[in-house]
Design a protein around this ligand. Structure first.
Ligand code: SAM
Length: 396
C-alpha cells in the first residue's frame, strides 16, 4: 500500500520496537459477533481479503497485519468487536503465566499511561481466582501505567484473559465502543435491532442492492439504513473513533489513507428503492433522523402507515424484511400465532414473487407465518434467541 509517511515523532528506539513487534509481523485477531452470525462474518472477512483461520460460537479468528485490524474495524458490518491476541500459551500454572505476561512488550503494544480494565473467564475460576489473574495482567503493565503522560482522556483499555482448552489467551480490544455503534442512532427508539444484527439479517436474507427493499414495520430504520449503506458501499465505521487510535503504535497516515479510500468509493445513490413504513409517527421521525445522521436520508422513502392497509406492491420484486413487535408489545391480538398468521397472509398478498425475511421470537411461530418452504436461522438479540425465517413468496 502506498502511504505518504510524515516524519514520525516517536523516539527511534521505540519506533524500532514498534516495527519489530507490531508493524512487521502478522498477528492473530478475533472478530466477535452475535451467536448465529459466525458463518456470514467468516464470509465477510473473506470478502475483505482476510483469511479466517477458525470459528467458534460467537467469534471468528483471522490472521493479518495491523492494517488488517484497522480495515476490519472500519469495514465489517457484522463484527461487534475485534480483539488482538497478545498472548497464547499453555496453562502451566500462574507462575508461568506471570512470566509470559512480563515478557510482553507493552511499550510497543499499547504505550504508557492507560488504565486497564481486565476481565478473566474460564471454567472453574471463582471470583477470587479471577481477581488474582486480573492482578497479574495489571502487574505486568504497572511500570508503564505510571510512566505517563499517556493520551489525555483516553478511556481504559479493555483486556480479556481467557482460559480454554488448557491454554491462556490474552486479547486487547481494538474497537473501544462496540462496533454496532456506528454513530447514527440515538437509542430512543422502541426495541431497535443492533445495527450489526440488522446487517446479519440482510446478509442471511440475501439482500442485493439491485433489487428493491421494503421494511413495513421499520421502527427506527436500522434495516433500511444498513441496506442503504450496503447499496452505496459506505464503510460502517467511517464516522467513529476506535481504541487502536490511542495506542503508541497507531499509524495515523495509514488510517487516513484507509478512510480516504473508503470515502472515494461511496456510490452517489442507491440503485433500487429502499422503502419503510411504520404506524407510529415517532418511529418515522426516528428513521428519518437516523438516516440523516447516517448520510442516507435521500436514499430512503419512509412514511406513516399500517402494514395491514397496504395494497399489493407493483414493480419488480425484491426483498421484504419484517421485525414485528413481540412479547408484551404485541397487542394487536391475544394470540401471537393469530398475529403471525395474518402477517404471513398479508405478506403473500402484497409481495407476490418477493423474498420475505421475518424475525420471530419462537420457532413455532415460523410455522404460523405459512410462507411456504422457509429456511430459518437462529440468532441472538438482547440476550434472547430469535429466529429469522426466509422464504420466496409465490407469485399470484
Ligand atoms: C420491533 S420494532 C422494529 C424495530 C426496527 N427493526 C429497528 O431496528 O428499529 C416494531 C415496529 O413495528 C411497528 N408496527 C407494529 N405494528 C405495525 C403495523 N401494523 N403497521 C406498521 N408498523 C407497525 C411498531 O410501531 C414498531 O416501530
Amino acid at each position: 500500500m502506498l502511504v505518504s509517511q510524515a516524519v514520525d515523532s516517536r523516539a527511534k528506539p521505540l519506533l524500532r520496537r514498534i516495527k519489530r513487534h507490531v508493524w512487521a509481523p502478522t498477528h492473530t485477531f478475533v472478530a466477535a459477533t452475535g451467536r448465529g452470525a459466525e458463518g456470514v462474518l467468516g464470509e465477510e472477512l473473506s470478502a475483505l481479503g482476510l483469511v479466517a483461520a477458525s470459528a467458534e460460537p460467537g467469534a471468528v479468528e483471522f490472521e493479518g497485519r495491523l492494517t488488517d485490524l484497522y480495515r476490519c474495524n472500519l469495514e465489517s458490518r457484522l463484527a461487534e468487536r475485534i480483539w488482538w491476541r497478545l498472548l497464547d500459551c499453555r496453562d502451566r500454572g500462574s507462575g508461568h503465566l506471570a512470566s509470559r505476561l512480563a515478557e510482553l512488550p507493552w511499550e510497543a503494544l499499547l504505550g504508557p499511561g492507560f488504565d486497564l480494565e481486565v476481565s478473566v473467564t474460564g471454567p472453574g475460576l471463582d471470583q477470587a481466582a479471577r481477581q488474582r489473574l486480573a492482578a497479574l495482567v495489571q502487574k505486568s503493565y504497572a511500570a508503564l501505567r505510571g510512566a505517563g503522560p499517556g493520551p489525555t482522556e483516553a478511556p481504559p483499555q479493555r483486556l480479556l484473559l481467557r482460559r480454554a482448552e488448557r491454554r491462556w489467551r490474552l486479547g486487547l480490544d481494538s474497537s473501544g465502543e462496540r462496533l454496532h455503534r456506528r454513530g447514527y442512532r440515538l437509542d430512543a427508539a422502541r426495541a431497535p435491532l443492533r445495527e450489526t444484527l440488522g446487517a446479519a439479517v440482510l446478509t442471511l436474507a440475501g439482500y442485493g442492492p439491485l433489487r428493491p427493499l421494503w421494511d413495513p414495520m421499520c421502527g427506527s430504520g436500522t434495516l433500511l439504513i444498513e441496506a442503504a449503506q450496503v447499496a452505496r458501499d459506505m464503510a460502517p465505521g467511517r464516522g467513529r473513533a476506535f481504541a487502536f487510535q490511542t495506542w503508541a503504535n497507531f499509524r495515523e497516515a495509514t488510517w487516513r489513507h484507509l478512510i480516504k479510500r473508503a470515502g472515494d468509493r461511496v456510490r452517489p445513490a442507491c440503485p433500487a428503492p429502499i422503502v419503510g413504513l411504520d404506524r407510529h409517527p415517532a418511529a418515522v421521525r426516528a428513521t428519518q433522523d437516523n438516516a440523516r445522521r447516517a448520510g442516507v436520508a435521500a436514499d430512503l422513502r419512509v412514511g406513516r402507515g399500517d402494514f395491514f392497509d397496504l395494497e399489493p406492491i407493483g414493480g419488480p420484486p425484491g426483498l421484504v424484511v419484517v421485525n414485528p413487535p413481540y412479547g408484551q408489545r404485541l397487542r394487536l391480538t391475544k394470540s401471537p400465532a393469530g398475529f403471525y398468521g395474518l402477517l404471513g397472509r398479508h405478506l403473500r398478498r402484497c409481495f407476490p414473487g418477493w423474498r420475505a425475511a421475518v424475525l420471530v421470537p419462537a420457532l413455532e411461530l415460523a410455522g404460523a407465518l405459512a410462507l411456504g418452504s422457509a429456511a430459518s436461522h437462529v440468532l441472538k438479540s438482547g440476550g434472547r434467541r430469535i429466529f429469522l425465517v426466509t422464504a420466496d413468496l409465490d407469485r399470484d
